[in-house]
Design a binder for this molecule. Structure first.
Ligand code: 4AZ
Length: 231
C-alpha cells in the first residue's frame, strides 16, 4: 500500500494473509467460515493445496503461529488468463472453520458495480513507500469510469468488464506488490480483488481490481453460506 496509514486487523477483520510453504504470498478476504476469496494469480506458483495456509485475525503476520489454517482445496476461475489477467479470481477452501471474533469476520460481496467515484478502502501487507514495510497499511482510493481506465491503459493492456480501476487523481495512493488478492471495500461490501496495475501510485496508471459484482455468481456457486446469511 502506497501512502496509506498503519492500521490494525480489528479495523479490517475480513482480511487474511495467504501463505505458500509458510511464507507470505498475497492478501485474501473471508467470505464464509470455510472460504477465502483471493486472486487467481496468487494460486499459480503451487498446485498442491496443502502447501497453502491462511493467517486470520493478526495485524502482525511475521512469525505468526496461531490463527493459521491449512487449505484443503482451491479453485481458480476457469476463464482466468495469466496473459491479460482477465477473470483474476480464486477461492481457498479451508480444512477447518475460522472462529469469528472482533478480529476475524466475513465480508459481503457487492451485487452491483460501485458508483463512479466511490470511496473504497484497500488494505494489505504489500510494498509501501517508506520505512514501515511489513506492517499492515490501508488507503482510500476512488473508483474510476471503465472507459476512462480503458483509455489510460490502452497502450499497456486491455481493461475488460471483469476489471475495475481505482486510484486518486493526482496519483500517489495505491495498492502495490504483495497487496494482490486483498479486498477493495466500499461501505460494508467488497467490490474488488487487488489484481494488478502498471507500477504503483502512478497518476496515469490506477490500480486494477477484479470486479466482484461481475464475478459474484461464479464465487457464490462454490460457497454454501454467504456472509449476508451468517452475519
Ligand atoms: C502486484 O504486482 C501489483 N498498483 C499489485 C497491485 C498493483 C501493482 C502491482 C497496483 O502484485
Amino acid at each position: 500500500i502506497i501512502n496509506g496509514q498503519v492500521v490494525t486487523i480489528e479495523q479490517y477483520p475480513y482480511l487474511v494473509a495467504v501463505q505458500i510453504w509458510g511464507s507470505f504470498q498475497c492478501g485474501g478476504s473471508i467470505i464464509s467460515r470455510r472460504v477465502v476469496l483471493t486472486a487467481a494469480h496468487c494460486l499459480e506458483r503451487e498446485k498442491q493445496p496443502r502447501k497453502y495456509s491462511i493467517i486470520y485475525g493478526e495485524t502482525d503476520i511475521q512469525g505468526a503461529t496461531s490463527n493459521v489454517i491449512q487449505v484443503e482445496s482451491f479453485k481458480m476461475h476457469p476463464d482466468y488468463s495469466n496473459i491479460n489477467m482477465d477473470y483474476d479470481v480464486g477461492l481457498l477452501f479451508l480444512v477447518e472453520s475460522i472462529p469469528f471474533s472482533k478480529s476475524a469476520q466475513c465480508i459481503k460481496l457487492a451485487v452491483n458495480r460501485p458508483w463512479l467515484g466511490s470511496r473504497a478502502s484497500m488494505v494489505g501487507w504489500g510494498e509501501t513507500q517508506a520505512s514501515d514495510r511489513g506492517r499492515l497499511h490501508a488507503v482510500y482510493v476512488y473508483t474510476i469510469m471503465q472507459l476512462r481506465c480503458w483509455l489510460l491503459y490502452k497502450n499497456k493492456w486491455r481493461i475488460t468488464p471483469r476489471m475495475l480501476c481505482a486510484g486518486v487523481p493526482q496519483g500517489g495512493k495505491d495498492a502495490c506488490q504483495g497487496d494482490s488478492g486483498g479486498p477493495l471495500v466500499v461501505g460494508d461490501e467488497q467490490v474488488g480483488i487487488c489484481s494488478n496495475g502498471f507500477g504503483c501510485g502512478l497518476r496515469k496508471y490506477p490500480g486494477v481490481y477484479s470486479n466482484v459484482a461481475v464475478l459474484r455468481d461464479w464465487i457464490q456457486s462454490h460457497v454454501n453460506t454467504s456472509c449476508s446469511d451468517t452475519k
